[in-house]
Design a protein around this ligand. Structure first.
Ligand SMILES: C[S@@+](CC[C@H](N)C(=O)[O-])C[C@H]1O[C@@H](n2cnc3c(N)ncnc32)[C@H](O)[C@@H]1O
Length: 411
């Protein structure tokens, strides 16, 4: 079966996450663009399961057919779309179109005309249909979920150099659930720059634990704040979940948020797996057993929100010190095959970018960065990996960007 994945805002992170979860071989990856990834997988109907795991994929579906660009222009695909719509066996059906990676050469496609032809043909077969329109090239997950998924089909057109892949969407990002966890929990820090739950989920997936080992893995966020990362780890069923922070008030907030999530998801029996307590990250080994943690995912303190060039050198040095001392502790408590997935800040000042320079120091105590993408993808034009093996996550206009790094240990 050939599947497509519509990628999130940060294509490299989305691709890395999909590859970590699905683990395709090089030959099974059919296309990668900045908007989608197409791959073959022998497993059938896994879209719902993948969707509930992935933080980055906006839509997932099946490829119906690959069509040459010229054929596409001649419009012979209308019959194919009608076949797919008819296969739903419904007397009333909604349908919509989304066009991905469509370059301007193909702007001639008239979606209105295509929709009208389809409606007319279906009417001739006694099927009542509604076209879900959009002024944009793509329908949002919200529109597809609300208007189409249960009552019809979204047809996607995925443009590549070699032709157009026609696909049908099976599932959309669980935006309601993510929104609920983000906005409806008891304690929410409105402060700008809080880690989005989807990014938390992606980072946990980059840790590479499969669903069998997860249940036996102890998970740690040593700068847990109000518990955004812990929430995602809880939903992913880690065997044990530990959150620590050096702010005593915030520990109560995190405990309340997790309690809320446990009740909300009716997983009361999981409550005993979660432990949230006070600890300075520089003293973790006093509180957590040696070689007991399998995965650390964290967004540490990233420095003050406002800063200027003269403060900057000082801030970067202070943060480097904090992170170094934390990694020294993590070395004691982490298992030999454990991983640390962490955000470092990158400061953007007057067009220059300032990274936290501690990789050499960390190497001396055994920590080494690991690429989140397999070697065969590193030369791909779409992916953007830094020389430090990291992926940058940022929004336009942000002065502090997030650098996502994965570390492993060479004892
Ligand atoms: C960016 S927030 C963490 C956000 C959190 N990962 C989440 O999921 O909501 C950084 C946290 O680090 C904590 N912190 C700062 N220095 C610390 C230290 N030395 N040890 C432990 N926690 C620390 C702060 O109290 C703050 O809650």
């Amino acid at each position: 079966m050939t599947y497509f994945f519509i990628l999130g805002n940060n294509p490299t992170l989305s691709i890395a996450e999909i590859i970590k979860i699905i683990k395709p071989k090089e030959k099974d990856i059919k296309e990668i663009t900045s908007e989608f990834l197409i791959l073959e997988d022998e497993k059938m109907a896994k879209e719902g399961e993948w969707q509930s795991k992935l933080g980055g994929a906006v839509k997932i579906g099946k490829i119906i057919e690959k069509i040459k660009l010229d054929d596409f222009k001649k419009g012979i695909l209308i019959n194919k779309i009608i076949d797919v719509l008819m296969s739903k066996n419904q007397k009333k059906i909604n349908f919509g179109f989304s066009f991905y990676n469509q370059d301007t050469k193909n702007e001639t496609i008239n979606k209105e005309r295509m929709a009208l032809s389809i409606k007319r043909e279906l009417k001739g077969k006694n099927i009542f249909s509604r076209w879900v329109e959009s002024s944009e090239k793509t329908l949002s997950s919200v529109v597809v979920e609300k208007n189409i998924l249960n009552q019809g089909l979204e047809i996607v057109f995925l443009f590549t150099q070699n032709g157009v892949f026609l696909g049908q969407t099976s599932s959309c990002q669980l935006f309601k659930e993510y929104g609920d966890r983000d906005f409806n929990r008891p304690v929410r820090v409105i402060k700008k720059g809080m880690i989005p739950p989807k990014l938390a989920r992606i980072m946990i997936n980059l840790g590479g634990k499969d669903e069998f080992s997860i249940r036996r893995t102890c998970f740690l966020d040593p700068f847990c704040g109000t518990g955004t990362i812990l929430q995602e780890a809880f939903l992913m069923n880690f065997g044990q979940i530990i959150g620590t922070d050096k702010n005593k008030r915030i520990i109560i907030d995190a405990q309340n948020n997790l309690k809320w999530l446990i009740q909300r998801t009716k997983r009361e029996s999981g409550a005993k797996k979660v432990k949230i307590f006070y600890s300075d990250s520089r003293k973790l080994a006093n509180k957590i057993k040696q070689k007991s943690v399998g995965l650390v995912v964290t967004e540490p303190y990233l420095g003050p929100m406002k800063f200027n060039l003269s403060d900057n050198q000082f801030i970067v040095k202070e943060l480097a010190r904090l992170y170094f001392l934390t990694f020294r502790e993590l070395k004691t408590i982490i298992k030999d095959d454990g991983r640390v997935v962490i955000v470092f800040p990158v400061f953007k000042i007057k067009g220059r970018e300032y990274y936290i320079q501690i990789l050499e120091q960390l190497k001396k105590i055994g920590w080494q960065t690991e690429s989140s993408l397999p070697n065969f993808l590193l030369k791909n034009k779409t992916v953007n990996i830094t020389k430090r093996n990291s992926i940058i996550y940022s929004r336009p206009g942000q002065t502090i960007m997030r650098e996502i790094l994965v570390f492993k240990l060479n004892r």
